[in-house]
Design a binder for this molecule. Structure first.
Ligand SMILES: NC(=O)c1ccc[n+]([C@@H]2O[C@H](COP(=O)([O-])OP(=O)(O)OC[C@H]3O[C@@H](n4cnc5c(N)ncnc54)[C@H](O)[C@@H]3O)[C@@H](O)[C@H]2O)c1
Length: 256
């Protein structure tokens, strides 16, 4: 098992991850399981999620992750999943609001129904997952929420305005919650990934032209991997970040 850093306080912690079955989320699930955390994650990708649980279990971690099928557009189902995670693992003290979907759309083609669906996939559940875990964090004496932003809107990326709008709003929620709950030792931050080489990104968007764009944009050579995002998430969740709240933490190879 390869781990760059070990955070003893994450051992045994009850961690809830949205969209933890594939992409960056899968790296988060694996990284926290390797720290000894009790991870519950929700996703709609059943086959990927089940394969991930098997693969992590085979590593011999102490607590195999708990996969809960949940479409985050359904807030009642999200609340039910949070309750099931709490029953299985105890009060949730780390919430990673990772799930989103960067489906492309042209402005002219967006109907009110499609717009609402993008908001439901990319924004609304972040508020309601936070609302559901906050009483647990208060009871436990503290916690950490990490909301996932994006460099896309900072780089003025077009082609998905409802997505970039939702991603830009993450920091607004982060700062509002950080103020309301900070005195109760609940820290809220935004983790901003750069262009991360997930299987999906590689399959859909990372063309030779895009590779040149990354090389020109990033200060660092190489590529941002899901593991690099997980490394920052571990730090933000752990007591190592005990005086970090209300901020954006960007992992983009020095692009923005
Ligand atoms: N990959 C990148 O380059 C990149 C860049 C900037 C920001 N981000 C952000 O990082 C986070 C993760 O990105 P990713 O690239 O891994 O995304 P992804 O699309 O590869 O994975 C997202 C996960 O969420 C799940 N999911 C999607 N809709 C869902 C729903 N309705 N209910 C439950 N689960 C659902 C998917 O099945 C998947 O497992 C997102 O918040 C994204 O905005 C990613």
């Amino acid at each position: 098992m390869q781990q760059k850093a070990i955070y003893p306080d994450l051992d045994g912690r009850s961690v809830f991850i949205t969209g933890g079955g594939s992409g960056i989320g899968a790296a988060l699930t694996r990284a926290f399981a390797r720290q000894g955390s009790k991870v519950a994650f929700v996703d709609i990708a059943d086959a990927d999620s089940e394969a991930l649980v098997r693969s992590i279990r085979e590593e011999g971690v102490r607590h195999a992750p708990l996969f809960l099928h949940c479409d985050l557009r359904d807030i009642a189902a999200l609340r039910e999943s949070v309750a099931r995670a709490q029953q299985a693992h105890g009060d949730i003290t780390v919430l990673l609001n990772n799930a989103a979907h960067d489906e492309r759309h042209a402005v002219e083609s967006v109907t009110p129904e499609y717009f609402d669906d993008r908001i439901a996939v990319n924004q609304r559940h972040v508020f309601f997952a936070s609302q559901a875990v906050l009483p647990q964090m208060q009871r436990a004496g503290g916690g950490a929420i990490v909301n996932f932003g994006s460099v896309s809107w900072k780089l003025r990326q077009g082609g998905m305005p409802a997505y970039t709008m939702a991603k830009a709003s993450m920091q607004g929620l982060t700062r509002g919650l950080a103020r309301d709950y900070g005195k109760q030792n609940i820290r809220v931050n935004t983790l901003v990934p750069g262009w991360v080489m997930t299987e999906r990104q590689l399959k859909l968007w990372v063309t030779p032209e895009a590779e040149r764009e990354i090389d020109a944009g990033q200060a660092l050579a190489g590529r941002v991997r899901p593991e690099n995002i997980a490394d920052m998430a571990l730090f933000l969740a752990s007591d190592a970040a005990s005086m970090c709240s209300a901020q954006e933490f960007v992992v983009d190879g020095g692009w923005t």
